[in-house]
Design a protein around this ligand. Structure first.
Ligand SMILES: O=C(O)CCC(=O)C(=O)O
Ligand SMILES: [Fe+2]
Length: 288
């Protein structure tokens, strides 16, 4: 067990990519790497991970920001090459949809893309678990992400904007992939931390019914456009990852211009009502 790793992450599992140098198996280093004292030669030759291993104090700061201002940012965590590959996948999908809205739900739909790699990244999962622990004081559950890739484009993109909702999962990690930089950019808007984690699914359902209806949706839009409600507006930059308490925060995205594409990948973590019998009945899949 790598002691340094467990000290940083508070975890007791072995990191997926550990390099154990041994005298017989020492990697061959180029003269540039061995001569430059600023480059850790082992780190320089290690395969690139999908997400960096963030220190506990960095993750605690992100959780603090989520409590205080509604969102926390892990800056420059997604490599430009991974973003480029994903952009190509999205551009093809949007073109195949005639330039209109397209969404991919669940991990099967994005298999083989960087989004699958990120969802399976121990470093990324560890970041969400640590944020969860800092934010809730509870033990993070061992569950996979619920993934969605949303690509807003064309006229139909508009229908998927300004829909205020609570997510079903405690943490929402949002990876912006394509964000317009001018005109209507499709910023994320949120009223942060407007509810607690409900103890019952029924109470959660009541919140959702009160929010997911035409009267409330129109009222929220009007109150915002008249300036009575001032939501936190998050202008997102590809490369960064944005974390917020999706379950606890009313949020929606603004529309973007019809001739642009706006693509975001969402990683939802930890459904507090996963074992609820009522939830199972409501969804037609009774809990075991
Ligand atoms: O795409 C976005 O900015 C947010 C989407 C969202 O909140 C969701 O899919 O739950
Ligand atoms: Fe959401």
């Amino acid at each position: 067990m790598n002691k340094e790793f467990s000290a940083i992450t508070g975890d007791d599992t072995t990191p997926a990519l550990s390099i154990i140098p041994s005298p017989d198996d020492s990697p061959i280093l180029s003269p540039i790497l061995t001569a430059n004292p600023h480059i850790d030669p082992l780190a320089a030759i290690a395969p690139r991970t999908a997400f960096p291993s963030l220190a506990d104090d960095v993750l605690a700061r992100i959780a603090d920001d989520m409590n205080r201002q509604g969102f926390g940012v892990a800056t420059d965590c997604i490599h430009p090459d991974d973003l480029s590959a994903l952009r190509r996948f999205i551009e093809q999908a949007v073109a195949a949809a005639g330039g209109e809205y397209v969404a991919f739900t669940g991990h099967d739909s994005i298999r083989g893309t960087f989004l699958e790699t990120l969802a399976l990244s121990p470093e990324f999962m560890q970041a969400c678990r640590t944020i969860y622990r800092h934010g809730t004081g509870r033990t993070p559950p061992t569950v996979p992400f619920y993934q969605v890739l949303r690509c807003l484009s064309g006229k139909t993109g508009e229908r998927h904007a300004f829909f205020f909702h609570y997510d079903s999962y405690v943490i929402t990690a949002l990876v912006p992939v394509i964000m317009p930089t001018e005109g209507k950019r499709g910023d994320l808007m949120m009223l942060p931390n407007t509810r607690r984690i409900r103890t019952t699914y029924f109470r959660n359902l009541v919140d959702k019914i009160l929010l997911d209806n035409k009267v409330t949706q129109v009222a929220l839009r009007r109150l915002i456009s008249w300036g009575y409600l001032r939501p936190t507006r998050v202008r997102m930059r590809p490369g960064n990852v944005y974390f917020f308490w999706g379950y606890r925060s009313v949020h929606a995205n603004e529309p973007c211009d019809h001739d642009k594409t706006r693509a975001t990948a969402l990683f939802h973590y930890a459904n507090p009502h996963a074992g609820s019998r009522l939830r199972g009945v409501a969804r037609g899949t009774p809990a075991p």
